[in-house]
Write a protein that binds this ligand. Sequence first.
Ligand code: DGL
Length: 267
Amino acid sequence: MNRDAIGVFDSGLGGLTCVRELGRILPHENIIYFGDTARIPYGTRSRETVLRYAKEDIAFLRRHPVKMIVAACGTVSSMLGLNSPVDDIPFTGVVYPAAAAACNLTKNGRVGVIGTPATIRSASYETAVHTINESVDVTVMACPLFVHLVEYGYTDRNNAITRLAAEEYLAPIRSAGVDTLIMGCTHYPIIRDIIADVMGEGVTLISAGEEAAKFAKRCLEQQDLLTDSEEPGHNVYYVSDSVSMFRENARHFLEDAARGQVFSSRL
Ligand code: DGL
């Protein structure tokens, strides 16, 4: 049993897809979130830069009492591969949990992956899927505009610009006949409705952030680190840029990130 918080980080809003799921499946846990909004996007940067940013994000979270770290960022998870950046507390990224869910869910053995340019270049999801099941066929596509559209709040189901971008990016994935699509960047589930509309019925969407949250729960259970508190968990959010911009955009997505405690913090 351990009452410390779960530390979650991302370059911006995307990691909230993981926080929301953690709140649903572990309602008594406290969460400390860090969104590196001053340096977003990560997905267009080099491996060295992303790893340096990740190290600083983790150092920030570790100034607080945290019992586990979740890199709720497909790009950071992809750059790390199988390496854990911490050795004294549990850690997970999003790639392996999402790949495992996809291998479990696909019926026709064809899986799509969408992610940031750095994630797609790294081939992290193909590697993870093929480690689990080498006969699964994987089609990938980088969708660089999605992160910006989400961060600027172009998230409404009827948003014409986001829909157009989705149609363009998802066409090759649709042609490949996938029945399962990994949203391999944690920002993408924020425009899930649009992605679902474009992919059409019969395609199961997997949120990498949600799968990481489920994986984190299993990890904490196995290591006997869940809280014994019966009070509702308390979330605190830190961002490296403007609090008001984060609140405004989080509003569309996660109520307590919009209303709760949000602080601006230097790394
Ligand atoms: N949400 C992130 C990811 O999952 C990063 C997006 C970005 O900063 O480019 O890849």
